[in-house]
Design a protein around this ligand. Structure first.
Ligand SMILES: Cc1ncc(COP(=O)(O)O)c(C=O)c1O
Length: 427
């Protein structure tokens, strides 16, 4: 077996240096179990970052479901199979009643691609409103709204990226930001400008926890008002649940449910099958029906029997192990612990999050709120060196991103917090 250094060199040679890796010292992982990961040297890490292994790394119930179905049959979706129907029924039953039809695909990017096409085909308009510093995926159409990595080809005339609403900063603070009320004004302005340039408004598409934008907490009624503005302009509300979905935010199963407005289309991905590539779109019946009548959409791997067995097993575990309740309880506990750290460390300017998706915004000065970007990077690397995995997000890359697998316990939170306390003391 190659050493970590050799593997890194081989990777650069064959995958190139553009293929991103986490941390100054990249990790070479060989095994996972629950909330734990092991590297090639046998060192154990607490995973406080990964949402793909939603119910825990290598959960035996999911592993068993995948291997059982793989040994029986795996085909595509052009044959009748109980698995996809049962899963789609179970998935849609988790939504508000008007969101009653499903489509399955393989990646979050594909799910958002379907949602954009559905919005365009069903409204007859082209304009899409998204946020700055958002990430929604990697296809040509979706890259146009993944504004955190501006597309080299530039933005089309149908794209309007608005600054995300901010619960911590406003326009007077260092780095500037939009209050929720100003955010609504910018959505209104985007609708006007899309109508004026002839694109019309097809949809607004937002990550319902604004993950990449830095986890700003938006409270009701702002999302409902944004949706109303867009709907008045003839557009739809698309909710991207790739990061917050499947109970992660604790009090609700879906991120959009925090806002008191039901979307027209919801997209899902990452946590859906614990690492097996499954994604989905759930939409209002009339939209899904019209789309199907106008577009022949077929996805070879999407919704195959093995994928559906994996996705179904994930729902079993969420329910049997009461993981949404765990996210609510442990998330509140960890957030309170972060608040206590904020009382000790001036570098923590703000603490926020929902359930098992939370973070701390680091600043060099609490009054001006100037972002502690370099310090945040140092904290993430120092935590990794001490065996805790997390990351950073936000417009200024200064928000610690903590989003562990759902079985994360209070004991795990204690280890995370005491290590962070230590790291911040020596910053
Ligand atoms: C909010 C959000 N939407 C969509 C995607 C795209 O998902 P995928 O990488 O599975 O294509 C991501 C991936 O990070 C994401 O975070």
């Amino acid at each position: 077996m190659s050493t970590t250094e050799e593997l890194l060199e081989r990777r650069y040679r064959v995958l190139g240096r553009g293929s991103p890796l986490f941390y100054d010292k990249p990790l070479h992982l060989v095994r996972g179990e629950g909330v734990w990961l092991w590297d090639a040297d046998g060192r154990r890490y607490l995973d406080a970052y990964n949402n793909v292994p939603h119910v825990g790394h290598c959960h035996p119930h999911v592993v068993e479901a995948i291997s059982r179905q793989a040994a029986i049959l795996n085909t595509h979706t052009r044959y009748l199979h109980e698995g996809i129907i049962a899963y789609a029924e179970r998935l849609t039953s988790r939504f508000d009643p008007e969101l009653s039809m499903a489509m399955l695909a393989c990646t979050g990017s594909e799910a958002n691609e379907i949602a954009l096409r559905m919005a365009t085909v069903c409204t007859g308009h082209r304009g899409i409103i998204c946020t700055k510093f958002a990430y929604h995926g990697n296809t040509t159409a979706v890259a146009q709204i993944s504004t955190v990595f501006p597309p080299p080809e530039g933005y089309g005339p149908h794209i309007r990226a608005v600054t995300a609403p901010d619960s911590y900063r406003d326009s007077r603070d260092s780095g500037g930001a939009l209050s929720p009320a100003s955010w609504l004004e910018s959505i209104e302005a985007a609708c006007v400008s899309l109508r004026e340039n002839g694109q019309g408004v097809a949809a607004m598409l937002f990550d319902t926890i604004f993950s990449s934008e830095g986890l700003p907490l938006l409270t009701p009624p702002y999302m409902a008002e944004a949706a109303a503005i867009v709907r008045r302009a003839g557009g739809l509300y698309i909710a991207d649940e790739v990061q917050p979905g499947f109970g992660r935010t604790g009090t609700h199963f879906w991120g959009y449910q925090h806002y008191g407005v039901v979307p027209d289309i919801v997209t899902m991905g990452k946590p859906m099958a614990n690492g097996h590539p499954v994604s989905g779109v759930v939409a209002r019946r009339e939209l899904a029906t019209e789309f199907a009548a106008k577009v022949m959409y077929f996805n070879t791997f999407g919704g195959n029997p093995v994928s559906c067995a994996a996705a179904n097993a994930v729902l079993d575990v969420i329910e049997n192990e009461r993981l949404q309740d765990n996210a609510r309880e442990v998330g509140a506990y960890a957030l309170a612990g972060l608040d206590q750290l904020a009382a000790k460390h001036d570098v923590i300017g703000d603490v926020r999050g929902r359930g098992l998706f939370f973070g701390a915004e680091l600043v060099t000065d609490r009054r001006s709120k100037s972002p502690a970007t370099a310090e945040t990077k140092r904290v993430v690397n120092a935590m990794r060196d001490r065996g805790i995995l997390l990351s950073r997000i936000g417009v200024h890359d200064n928000v610690l991103k903590i989003r562990p697998p759902m079985p994360f316990s209070k004991e795990n939170a204690d280890l995370l917090l005491s290590t962070l306390d230590d790291v911040l003391r020596t910053l």
